[in-house]
Write a protein that binds this ligand. Structure first.
Ligand SMILES: Cc1ncc(COP(=O)(O)O)c(C=O)c1O
Length: 479
């Protein structure tokens, strides 16, 4: 029998040289990120070249790497760049890059079993649980992101409301109702749909102060819905809404959930980690009373994509919907099959990557104080940008700056609302295509807004100058 079936390099020395070159390139790219465009379009010929057939007999590793250098590496999303302000994208970090390489080398499957990676994930989950003031009995799991965290929480809340039978017999006829602010992320409606409850199970709670849920109005609404025969089961509090960075009053919602016996879930994709900044921690007051909290490490914690986490106060309620043990996954007392409970019992996936390693590296290396300082700085930069926009002729702030998000638009005399929408949509694209910066857009009170969400720890005050110049130039030329 030949050894050719093994895929290891025939020449380890050559492989080492290629890997070293790749490491040098990654470090060079990180160090020189400021000199690159914040984004550039992928040329049509590059898209076409990336659809090439796979070479049936393979090709030398250096050739594949050269192709990566030519066709892939020059056209990133752009979020490692300090002037990438679109959506809510983290900038990544050097420690995270190192950890990703090491995790790939270990190739751990963290669905379960007895190996160190499981204990790294437990340590990370424990650290997060302590950060949010959860009890020692709390549980959690790292996820691909907050969308997945929201889904696991909705499923656990559903089964807590309907009982264990829901998981085995299904939920036919259940009329469960959930409530969230108008600005809640769409992943919550998706989660309700996937959980079999339907997107229509999500009811919009009226807004009170600073875009947060009006708790008194919600209390009346829940009672009325209950009187009408519906079954309220869940309130989703948003910590950092995607459009404007608004916070729902978590403490008051926890009181309401206790009164009405509802599950309180916090979607804190980015905002929950405001807790790391002493100046902003008050925004999540009461979060330790939530039944579950979902948030991302790939945003404000600067972990490379993808890494989120969902925590549950009650470990049993977390495990109940997901635990199962078919014969071939039997947990053993000793040996490789030990290590129970397995992470597969706390979520949907069986095979799971070692995403805990990058989070562990980041937490240990930068430490909570430095990470909190980076969070605080992005908020300070957003406040500065908001103040500059308020003073600038030709720009209009469309929402108060509550956290790290600034929504504004360019205005020109004589343009009606529709024309202003068109102008600002064109400004966003012109600024992106110029490579100067990447804002995204949203709608605030029906108006198209340029949306700048500062998440990247590399962003500096002079980056705001470049952004504002690019916006003004684009607005003046009418794009
Ligand atoms: C408030 C909120 N919830 C949920 C999500 C979805 O998170 P992810 O993209 O990690 O799935 C986001 C993403 O930006 C968000 O801002």
């Amino acid at each position: 029998m030949s050894d050719d079936a093994a895929l290891d390099p025939s020449d380890w020395k050559a492989f080492r040289a290629t890997l070293h070159a790749a490491v040098d390139q990654v470090v060079d790219d990180m160090a020189a990120i400021r000199g690159r465009p914040a984004w550039r379009p992928v040329p049509e010929e590059v898209k076409a070249a990336l659809q090439d057939a796979i070479p049936p007999d393979g090709e030398p590793l250096d050739a594949t790497y050269a192709r990566f250098r030519e066709l892939i590496e020059p056209y990133p999303t752009g979020n490692t760049h300090p002037r990438f302000f679109g959506w809510v994208h983290g900038g990544g970090s050097a420690a995270g890059v190192l950890a990703e390489l090491l995790a790939a080398g270990m190739n751990a499957n963290v669905g379960g079993r007895e190996h160190a990676a499981v204990y790294v994930e437990r340590a990370v989950v424990r650290w997060f649980a302590d950060l949010f003031g959860y009890p020692a009995t709390a549980s959690g799991i790292l996820t691909s992101g907050t969308s997945m965290g929201n889904l696991l929480a909705v499923v656990a809340a559903r089964d807590a409301a309907l009982g264990q039978n829901a998981r085995d017999a299904g939920i036919a006829g259940a009329d469960l109702i959930a409530y969230a602010a108008a600005g809640v992320h769409d992943s919550v409606a998706k989660a309700l749909a996937v959980a079999g409850l339907g997107r229509a199970a999500l009811r919009e709670a009226a807004a009170g102060e600073r875009h947060g849920i009006d708790v008194t109005a919600l209390r009346d609404r829940i009672r009325a819905d209950r009187a009408a025969g519906m079954q309220p089961f869940l309130i989703v509090a948003t910590a950092g809404s995607v459009d404007v960075g608004a916070f729902d009053p978590i403490d008051a919602l926890a009181d309401l959930c206790a009164e009405e016996r509802l599950w309180l879930h916090v979607d804190g994709a980015f905002g929950a980690l405001a807790i790391l900044s002493p100046a902003h921690a008050h925004l999540v007051r009461g979060i330790e009373r939530a039944d579950s909290i979902a948030f991302d490490a790939h945003k404000w914690l600067q972990a490379p994509y993808a890494a989120g986490c969902v925590l549950f106060r009650d470990e049993a309620a977390h495990r109940a919907p997901f635990a199962s043990a078919p014969a071939y996954l039997k947990r053993t007392e000793r040996g490789t099959g030990a290590g129970a409970p397995w992470y597969a019992d706390y979520g949907i996936e069986l095979s799971r990557e070692f995403r805990a390693l990058k989070v562990w590296f980041i937490l240990r290396h930068y430490g909570p104080k430095r990470l909190g300082a980076a969070v605080a700085r992005t908020c300070e930069l957003a406040a500065t940008l908001g103040a500059r926009i308020e003073e600038a002729a030709g720009l209009e702030l469309l929402a108060p700056v509550l956290l790290n998000v600034v929504c504004f638009r360019a205005v020109r005399d004589g343009l009606d609302e529709e024309a202003l929408d068109r102008l600002n949509a064109a400004v966003a694209i012109a600024v992106q295509e110029s490579g100067a910066a990447v804002p995204s857009t949203t709608r605030i009170d029906g108006r198209l807004a340029l949306r700048v969400c500062i998440v990247n720890h590399r962003t500096r005050p002079d980056d705001l100058d470049v952004l504002l110049r690019a916006v003004n130039d684009a607005a003046l030329t009418g794009c």
